[in-house]
Design a protein around this ligand. Structure first.
Ligand code: PEP
Ligand code: MG
Length: 767
């Protein structure tokens, strides 16, 4: 017989065996008998159907696996035999969530003999974990007198039965509903760390961006109906993935695209859908069948030590959850499902638009399994004032929905289900932060002036209507970067001119006499808009950050840019307008962008519309090539703003959104500081003011380095204004500049250490 046919036959037999047991089990569990009587009956049925001399159920109680029912072992052992997690065969099964299949039980290194059970008579042993919410709550075991390995059919049937048992046991109130809690009590609270993305502290409860589905029913009433449900769920999921891949052409970061490709591969994998169908044949509902297959995959993966493969399995897990959500009809993210007051959100990764869907009053913190410092989701979170810890591993297995979490990004700590001392440590950290914040608040009306009298312009980055309040709170000098694309990101459709105009007017009104630099839309890269697609190509971009984005897109889709130009010009009627173009790479792009604005200005003038008193034009310098043509562009500019987020990704050829590269290159490398210093000098020659508006300027040591090479304007996240101002006010800029000139001559390739030393020697306040 060929192996495929044999495999088919095996599956059919396994399914039939399991189905018979499931039908009988359901009747038992539905009967109005005491729980113990039910369990006794359950082991009888399983033993009979599998012709097994022994069948036993162990359940986790107070951190120990207790023998709850047995057929074949001595009845005196029931509720007497108890094993710790990891102790004996049963403890090993539960601890590792693995299946054991042994011809000779006593030959296994973890075998622990328990005389009260009388198990010395039985040689062969097979046991499977009873799993609920990815954690073992017990074990189901069979034993035989004869030494024999159990065949696959038997193991399969046992695993399916164990799955249904998990549900039946919990419905009967026989197990602790939250095994995670049990484990936590046992192992104490957990502390994790990650990559500090947005500083801050938050207390709240865990909410998963993609909520976990709790399976209500595991046993199918009508197998055909279940089969149909899975079939349409697959179709729907494939459709969704195709659509996502279609949108990806507009620009998703490399990692996301890779994930999407893998998703598609799994979604169309015949093997996966076949295994789910086989599980349905054994009598499971669609949900239970998906979960059953996933459990089996998880168990297998625990035995494989290959990081790459583990990553792929993580993807399959994600996809399996998606399929489950479709089948269960629970499609919303936590944002759509009503958020609790004090949410600490957990996600693998998020797009900036997805994050903006959350109610910022309820969202206290964010934990990402991936994430990097300059990815736009991080920037948006910073703008929302939400602390973020990135690259935190294994969140799904270590954190339960609703767990109390204390997030202290300042100290790079995430306390899960904290103990009292942890809570105290967190609280004293919080008190310290509040004290520091109060000290910064006291600086609000003091100038950002150095000890030797150099005035630094401290502005804030913004993008949402409410961000303007930061001007007042921080006492900043203006908005140095208003990311207009945020409005596009939060909108389901392209915002019309009236809506854009209204926002710009409100922002100008709120800013009063302080300047606001509006950057024209920088869409593309990791800021993809589903409603805007690349018209030229139906293919995905290989490198969206270097692709069809920002002015490249806006100049081609000039309708979009014209609308924005008119909205800005009309919103600033009678006032001063600062316009800035992103991603300018060559002088002609600047010329075209300016010409487009001027055209709109003339068009409005002809119609006697009220116009701005003055329009100042600036550009971002974030593409290195522009630095080589400053002699062409500076005469055309009123100001220049260096976007170090993009600039450094292009200088180092290191994707800003790739978590693997997040810590690889340093802003304080000589490479970057020399590059920036040349730009600053050229701008001085042309008498064009230059600032920095990337995330680099919001960190005190980095900001100090920027001042050291001659930068006098920083546009930073509002939370950084206080710390940076304190740094400026404790600094002698002239002495620092002389030191930086020396350092940049050579000798050390990374200036972090020498600059930190200089700051410490000169009592510069760094935070
Ligand atoms: C930058 O690139 O540094 C910048 C400020 O723009 P964004 O982060 O929006 O790309
Ligand atoms: Mg940029």
């Amino acid at each position: 017989m060929d192996s495929a046919r044999r495999q088919d036959q095996l599956s059919t037999t396994a399914a039939a065996a399991a189905r018979k047991i499931l039908v009988r089990l359901q009747d038992v569990m539905a009967a109005r008998t005491p729980a113990q009587a039910k369990l006794n009956k359950v082991v009888e049925i399983i033993g009979e159907e599998l012709s097994s001399e022994v069948c036993s159920i162990y359940l986790l109680r107070e951190g120990m696996l207790e023998l709850f029912a047995t057929r074949g072992l001595k009845q005196e052992a029931v509720h007497v035999t108890r094993l710790g997690l990891g102790e004996g065969l049963v403890g090993t099964i539960a601890n590792n969530v693995e299946t054991l299949n042994l011809e000779e039980a006593s030959g296994h290194p973890d075998f622990a003999y328990r005389p009260e059970t009388g198990e010395e008579l039985f040689h062969s042993f097979a046991g499977v974990p009873i799993v609920r919410r990815e954690k073992a709550i017990g074990a189901l075991c069979v034993q035989h007198v004869d030494p024999r390995a159990y065949v696959e059919v038997e193991i399969e049937a046992l695993q399916t039965v164990a799955m249904v048992l998990a549900e039946l046991l919990s419905n009967a109130g026989l197990v602790d509903e939250n095994p995670g809690e049990t484990r936590a009590v046992e192992t104490g609270a957990t502390i994790l760390s990650g990559l500090q993305l947005v500083m801050g502290m938050a207390r709240g409860h865990a909410v998963f961006h993609q909520p976990r589905i709790t399976i209500e029913h595991t046993v199918a009433e009508d197998i055909e109906v279940e089969r149909q449900r899975v079939y349409s769920a697959f179709a729907k999921m494939r459709e969704q993935l195709d659509r996502m891949a279609g949108q990806a052409e507009f620009g998703v970061e490399g990692e996301t695209r890779e994930v999407l490709e893998t998703y598609k591969m799994f979604a169309y994998d015949e093997g996966w859908s076949r295994r789910i169908n086989e599980a349905i044949d054994s009598g499971l509902t669609a949900e239970a069948a998906i979960e059953r297959v996933q459990q089996r995959t998880r168990m297998r993966m625990r035995q494989i030590d290959d990081a790459l493969l583990q990553d792929r399995m993580h993807d399959l897990e994600d996809l399996s959850n998606r399929l489950l959500r479709i089948v269960a009809g629970q499609l919303g993210t936590a944002a759509q499902l009503g958020l609790r007051q004090d949410t600490i959100l957990i996600a693998r990764n998020l797009g900036p638009a997805e994050l903006l869907e959350y109610d910022r009053r309820r969202l206290k913190g964010l934990i990402l399994e991936e994430g990097s410092l300059t990815a736009h989701v991080t920037i948006v979170a910073r703008a929302m004032g939400v602390p973020v810890l990135g690259r935190v591993k294994n969140t799904r297995s270590l954190i339960n929905d609703g767990d109390l979490l204390l997030l202290d990004v300042n100290q790079n700590r995430l306390y899960i289900r904290p103990s009292v001392p942890m809570d105290e440590a967190f609280e004293s950290g919080l008190a310290l932060t509040q004290k520091r914040r109060a000290a910064y608040a006291a600086l609000r009306d003091k100038p950002a002036e150095s000890l030797d009298g150099t005035r630094i312009e401290l502005m804030v980055n913004a993008g949402l209507r409410d961000d303007v309040a930061a001007l007042d709170v921080t006492g900043a000098d203006g908005i140095g970067l208003f990311r207009t694309e945020f409005q596009f990101l939060v909108s389901a459709t392209l915002p019309q001119r009236e809506r854009q105009q209204r926002l710009y007017r409100e922002v100008l009104d709120a800013a009063g006499s302080k300047p606001v630099i509006f950057r024209t839309v920088d869409i593309g890269g990791d800021k993809a808009l589903p409603y805007l697609r690349n018209s030229d190509t139906d293919e995905q971009e290989e490198n969206p950050a270097m692709g069809w984005r920002a002015v490249r897109l806006a100049l081609e889709r000039d309708g979009l840019m014209k609308v924005q130009a008119r909205a800005l010009l009309e919103a600033a009627a009678g006032r001063t307008l600062h316009v800035m173009f992103p991603m300018i790479s060559e002088p002609w792009e600047l010329a075209q962008a300016k010409a487009l604005f001027k055209e709109q200005y003339d068009w409005l003038a002809k119609r006697d519309k009220k116009l701005p008193k003055t329009v100042y034009y600036g550009t971002m310098l974030e593409v290195p090539a522009l630095a080589e043509t400053l002699d062409f562009v500076l005469p055309e500019l009123d100001f220049l703003s260096i976007g170090t987020n993009d600039l450094t990704q292009f200088l180092f050829a290191a994707d800003r959104a790739n978590p693997k590269l997040a810590e690889r290159y340093d802003w304080l490398s000589v490479a970057i500081l020399r590059f920036l210093s040349r730009i600053v000098k050229t701008c001085a020659n042309y008498d064009v003011p230059v600032g920095v508006c990337g995330e680099m300027g919001g960190r005190t040591l980095e900001a100090m380095a920027l001042l050291g090479i001659g930068i006098r304007r920083l546009s930073i996240t509002p939370a950084s204004v206080g710390p940076v101002k304190a740094m400026v006010r404790s600094l002698d800029v002239a002495a620092l500049s002389a030191h930086c000139t020396d350092l940049l001559k050579g000798g050390v390739a990374n200036l972090r250490e020498p600059l930190a030393q200089w700051a410490s020697d000169n009592n510069v306040e760094l935070n």
